[in-house]
Design a protein around this ligand. Structure first.
Ligand code: PEP
Length: 251
């Protein structure tokens, strides 16, 4: 049986003190949730990571991006091996905000995913269509291209620890969450694609999340769909008590 995986994406929020305070009051709860096969935690801004990496044994602590080279003349970047060096275990790749504002492509995501897997860091690969693409009925076509390019050359073993997040761009930060029918149908489509492109075993193992305006009042519905193994949460992950309440809907 697959674990439920609930990840908060803090985006560009929380300084070091705020991040440490959050993790200190979250770790007991996340350890408790683990006993029920629910893994919970956050992907924080780079600057917070060295200070909260020690909580990795208690909760998910992840980055929101990385560079695929080890080191070099890439001003302003942080490499996958730097994340590994401080004990980071998860990394979001290809979030729609990075695709939109930093022109990140699925081919670049593929390079990042490969090096993360080598470092035993779990990629949280984000895919999803824009409003225009949704309205043109192109969701599955767009997602298929992102999956094919992002997962190129991966093998069944790579899916022992792998998260894919389906996040329709029109639902992120807008308060307009996708219906549970859409979430289930696209997540199932992604699972079937993984079976076709990689193997049935990989598709049985891969964790597939829904993300986009998940809040305490709708989390239960997503968390109990057959092909949705968790949620990726932006705004509603910033406050400890309400994030705990949201994650508890997995039980
Ligand atoms: C996100 O940042 O991935 C996200 C889903 O944001 P929100 O929950 O705020 O829509």
């Amino acid at each position: 049986m697959r674990n439920k995986v609930i990840i908060g994406n803090w985006k560009m929020h929380k300084n070091i003190d705020e991040a440490v305070t959050f993790c200190k009051s979250f770790k007991k709860y996340s350890n408790e949730m683990k006993k029920h096969n629910v893994l919970v935690g956050v992907c924080a801004p780079y600057i917070d990571l060295a200070s909260i990496a020690k909580y990795s044994k208690d909760m998910i602590i992840g980055a929101q991006n990385c560079h695929y080279e080890d080191r070099g003349a890439f001003t302003g970047e942080i490499s996958h091996s730097m994340l590994k060096n401080i004990g980071i275990k998860y990394c979001i790749i290809g979030h729609s905000e990075r695709r939109k504002y930093f022109n990140e492509t699925s081919n670049e995501c593929n390079k990042k995913i490969k090096v993360l897997l080598e470092d035993n860091i779990i990629p949280v690969y984000c895919v999803g269509e824009t409003l225009e693409e949704y309205e043109a009925n192109n969701t599955k076509k767009v997602v298929e291209k992102q999956i094919k390019e992002g997962l190129k050359d991966l093998t069944t073993k790579d899916f022992d620890n792998f998260v894919i997040a389906y996040e329709p761009v029109w639902s992120i930060g807008t308060g307009k969450s996708a219906s549970t029918e859409i979430a289930e149908s696209v997540c199932k489509y992604i699972r079937d694609l993984v079976a076709k492109l990689i193997s049935k075993e990989a598709s049985d193992k891969v964790i597939i999340q829904y993300g986009g305006s998940v809040k305490t009042n709708n989390a239960y519905d997503y968390l109990h769909l057959p092909d949705v193994d968790g949620v990726l949460v932006g705004g509603a992950s910033l406050e400890v008590d309400s994030f705990k309440e949201l994650a508890s809907k997995a039980l």
